[in-house]
Write a protein that binds this ligand. Structure first.
Ligand SMILES: [Zn+2]
Length: 381
């Protein structure tokens, strides 16, 4: 059983914390979301919505029913109990069909009518910004959101430092686009010792949006490289069933939508390559680089993005964020990867290369053969 206690606000220095004392198997922890005190009214108190969302996947994995002392928004509880939990537990053998025991409320939470999207300056969130401006949609973005809720770092403090640095950098981008930036910290990593990452990535992001129901009336979840035709329910790649997740996460006052599900990575990068702010800000990197500065240029995402930009003839525009000379010097080696990689992103890039009739250097085929040999040997060991 996971018992989510009543939510309450605590203040410390210039921060306000939305807290709940949570009991998991007789162990009590205080989970929190925190924001600058001047934005305390954004925090959604007296509802368990955000905490249920943050704890739902581990509850399903470790077969804990959830009991809440605060009510849950009625719409959210209905979709979780009647759609999300039964569907996932039916299709993922590690997930259990748990129950949520709580009161419900149909009263909309009073908010500022803000429209937000999670923002990292990567191609997915950059595409969402571009497609949701005053010129392109009826409900344009007002806020970029940065949440410290999925920790891929081993140490909480290091992750928090990255979050603080990213917020400072992305604030500059937000200012230039005349958007506001909202930063929300959590203690999920130190509070929740289950080492779940890709399984929980969007549930935790959505839990942060639900914690800010005093701010948002609309929140967009940017899809990664998977389009809707790739919809599939599997544990490790929860982003492939984002459509189900966002459709189960709205409340009476907060609508949550998918953004960019119609476009794969090639289309997104191609689209944003006409968006001038991306030339100095595109941050494709999985490494520890800071938005607005040069990407690592070596990780999988950096290579994919550079290759797409190279093939469509736009790479030179990104000289501030990529080492173009290094990319061109290593073109044969980088191109070889697309002859052997078969993940969805690489398949999209390989298709683009083939369709563009760009010449693949003979050297790339040789390197690809060598790489295949190395991979085969590694598998045999
Ligand atoms: Zn990188």
């Amino acid at each position: 059983m996971i018992h989510i206690g009543k939510t309450y606000i605590k203040r410390e220095k210039s921060k306000s914390f939305l807290c709940s004392d949570v009991i998991i198997n007789d162990n009590k922890i205080t989970l929190w979301f925190s924001i600058d005190t001047k934005y305390e009214n954004y925090l959604c108190v007296n509802r368990a919505d955000a905490f249920v969302m943050a704890l739902l996947v581990p509850a399903m994995v470790f077969n804990h029913d959830i009991k809440c002392d605060d009510p849950i928004s009625a719409k959210l509880k209905f979709f979780l109990s009647n759609q999300y939990i039964p569907t996932l537990s039916e299709n993922i053998k590690q997930y259990h069909n748990i129950k949520i025991d709580s009161d419900t409320t149909t009263e909309p939470y009073k908010n500022c009518g803000a429209v937000g999207v999670g923002f990292s300056a990567g191609s997915d969130s950059m595409y969402s910004v571009l497609n949701n401006t005053k010129l392109t949609c009826k409900y344009p973005l007002t806020h970029l959101a940065v949440f410290n809720c999925v920790n891929f770092e081993k140490y909480e403090e290091r992750s928090r430092n990255i979050f603080i640095n990213n917020c400072k950098a992305l604030q500059k981008f937000a200012n230039r686009q005349k958007l506001k930036l909202v930063a929300l910290d959590t203690n999920f990593y130190e509070g929740l010792h289950w080492r779940l990452t890709t399984e929980v990535v969007n549930m935790r992001t959505i839990s942060c949006a639900l914690a800010l129901q005093g701010l948002f009336s609309t929140y967009l979840v940017s899809t990664p490289s998977f389009t809707l035709e790739n919809f599939h329910i599997e544990m490790k790649t929860s982003v492939r069933f984002d459509l189900l997740t966002v459709n189960s996460a709205s409340t009476e006052s907060l609508s949550i939508y998918l953004s960019g599900a119609e476009a794969d990575r090639v289309k997104k990068v191609t689209t944003i390559s006409d968006y001038k702010p991306s030339y100095k800000w595109l941050h494709s990197c999985l490494g520890k680089t800071t938005p607005g500065r040069r990407n690592c240029c070596e990780c999988k995402k950096c290579k994919d993005t550079q290759m797409i930009l190279y093939v469509i003839g736009k790479l030179e525009k990104y000289k501030h964020v990529y080492d173009i000379k290094n990319f061109k010097n290593n073109l044969s080696r980088i191109m070889a990867n697309y002859l052997i990689r078969n993940d969805p992103e690489a398949t999209q890039v390989a298709k683009l290369i083939n369709e563009s009739h760009i010449e693949i250097p003979a050297e790339s085929y040789k390197i690809a053969e060598q790489l295949k040999h190395i991979i085969k040997k590694q598998k045999e060991q």
